[in-house]
Ligand binder design. Structure first.
Ligand code: NAG
Ligand code: NAG
Ligand code: NAG
Ligand code: NAG
Length: 494
């Protein structure tokens, strides 16, 4: 029987160790540094001398030459080599919002975050340099996706897709205006001249987006669909941009635009609160605007709708319209699932700060949600992504001991130019794509689409929905990590 006693003692020790492991904090500061560094791996154009992701090299230097513009620079959106301006602009807005809310907690990484924003903002300025035109994408996406090729070798058509007055694109234009406006606020004190240039351009571009209305798929369809078609309409982007412009300029015309249009977002987007991403802005608008209308007479409809967002996301909520895996990761249908976990967690965390400022709590029918509960749920998602999950795997590349080795990313999976200077043709990259070897270049900080609903992750390069990183998965995570770097002690619970 002594044996049994011994076993139970061991079991007890084991359980205590598991519990300690469960509440152990991740190194959020390290994750933050890496989360920002990822953007250097996505850079297009001429790389600067302080480039830290050194296995990358200059690429796509002649982008825009087909339309007589300089469109070099910006970010490749994911594991391909196309520059899709719509999600790129959204990622920029989210990087800027991350710095505006949580930049004070970033320490020495704040400068790196500013650099990541400026890299995009410079490109968005080029994309809107000709009045009445906004670049929607650069690079023929079908030709690009047909190849497994390094950005440094690209020889597929670098077609520029540009919307204009007769062929408009209000979603891409308005999101660009939002990104420029939010970035302007970030550089307000660090670089006033740059900040002024950004806000002037943001106002011009918003005006164009509003006056010449249309969906960009009807203007430059083959350049953006089926990859980034806008299914929620463009009015949410217009309201979102107007809200950012009001926050920056305090001009009544922008507030009037928000007020006049918030009730007219088309369905189903108008009824969908558990959604926030490059296509759907409703929840983001309501949280953003709540930041200045909470506890005022104009808090309706923004605060009630932001509350609705919260009640549609919290795991214990009767009105929940997302699912959680057994291991605790938030799920929505479609690929690149972690984009939902990071973007919705960002909104929860930001809204929690606004609520705390007003001693507010939320009623979700059967229970009340406190700001600290919102933070707990966000932290649960962060900890899951960083490795507190059934696979024991960090879904951020280069973070902790176990992370994805075969990410769906051309530059990461092909040898670098330094290691293999010879050109690798379109189809000559296929063996590298099919290889079972780990990627030779570590795309540090990249967060992949993540595991399936059963918390399983095969680490398979050909499974793009799970193994591909994107800029809009990482961008909101930058702000969240800064907050938990400063406040790591919050108890995790899902
Ligand atoms: C570009 O590649 C060359 C080797 O071909 C290397 O010497 C150089 O450092 C690279 N540049 C950057 C910015 O990584
Ligand atoms: C407007 O954009 C469309 C679609 O990109 C293009 O075909 C057309 O030539 C452009 N018009 C002008 C005046 O630039
Ligand atoms: C909280 O309120 C103060 C005073 O109005 C304001 O300066 C601060 O920015 C607010 N913080 C947040 C997170 O809203
Ligand atoms: C905001 O309203 C809540 C009740 O809804 C109240 O408890 C809180 O004190 C108010 N905060 C401020 C800053 O007015």
């Amino acid at each position: 029987m002594g044996n049994g006693k011994c076993m139970s003692l061991l079991t007890l020790v084991g359980m205590v160790m598991v519990m300690l492991h469960k509440v152990a904090s991740q190194d959020y500061g390290d994750a933050l540094s890496k989360c920002i560094l990822f953007f250097e791996g996505q850079r297009s154009g001429k790389l600067p001398s302080n480039q830290r992701m050194i296995w990358r090299n200059d690429s796509a230097l002649s982008d825009g030459s087909d339309v007589g513009m300089d469109l070099s620079g910006g970010y490749y959106d994911a594991g391909d080599n196309v520059k899709f301006n719509f999600p790129m602009a959204f990622s920029t807005t989210m990087l800027a919002w991350s710095v505006l809310e949580f930049g004070q907690y970033m320490g020495s990484d704040q400068q790196n975050a500013l650099d990541s924003i400026r890299w995009a903002a410079d490109y968005l300025l080029k994309s809107t340099d000709v009045p009445g035109k906004v670049t929607a994408a650069v690079g023929n996406p079908k030709a690009d996706h047909n190849c497994w090729e390094r950005p440094e070798d690209m020889d597929t058509p670098r077609t520029s897709y540009v919307v204009n007055q007769t062929h408009p694109g209000s979603e891409v234009s308005a999101e660009t205006a939002a990104a420029l406006a939010a970035s302007s606020l970030v550089f307000n004190s660090a670089d006033p001249a740059y900040s002024k240039a950004l806000i002037d351009r943001a106002e011009e571009v918003f005006d164009f987006a509003d006056k010449f209305r249309g969906n960009y798929k009807d203007s430059v369809g083959e350049g953006v669909c089926p990859f980034y078609c806008d299914s929620s309409g463009y009015l949410d982007e217009l309201v979102w941009a107007a809200a950012w412009l009001f926050k920056v300029t305090n001009e009544q015309k922008y507030w009037g635009f928000v007020q006049d249009n918030i009730a007219h977002l088309p369905k189903p987007a108008a009824d969908s609160f558990a959604e926030f991403g490059w296509d759907a802005k409703n929840a983001g608008i309501n949280v953003l605007v709540s930041g200045w209308v909470m506890n005022t007479t104009t808090s309706d409809p923004y605060v009630p709708q932001a509350n609705k967002f919260v009640c549609s996301v919290l795991p214990e909520s009767p009105d929940k319209s997302v699912t959680y895996s057994a291991g605790g990761l938030l799920f929505k249908p479609g690929g690149s699932n972690t984009q939902h976990a990071t973007a919705l967690s960002f909104l929860l965390l930001v809204y929690a700060q606004y609520l705390k400022n007003h001693s507010g709590t939320i009623s979700c029918g059967t229970f009340d949600a406190t700001p600290s509960r919102l933070e707990q749920v966000a932290k649960g998602q962060v900890d899951y992504i960083l490795g507190n999950n059934p696979m024991g795997m960090s879904y951020m590349v280069g973070f902790s001991q176990k992370f994805p080795q075969r990410i769906h990313h051309r530059a990461s999976s092909l040898p670098s130019v330094g290691d293999h200077p010879e050109h690798i043709q379109c189809k000559d990259g296929t063996p590298y794509f099919q290889s079972n070897n780990p990627n030779p270049n570590v795309l540090t900080g990249a967060i992949v689409g993540g595991p399936d609903m059963n918390d399983q992750f095969p680490d398979d390069r050909s499974n793009a929905p799970e193994s591909e990183p994107t800029t809009y998965i990482n961008a909101p995570f930058v702000g969240i990590l800064a907050y938990f770097k400063a406040f790591p002690k919050l108890r995790t619970s899902i």
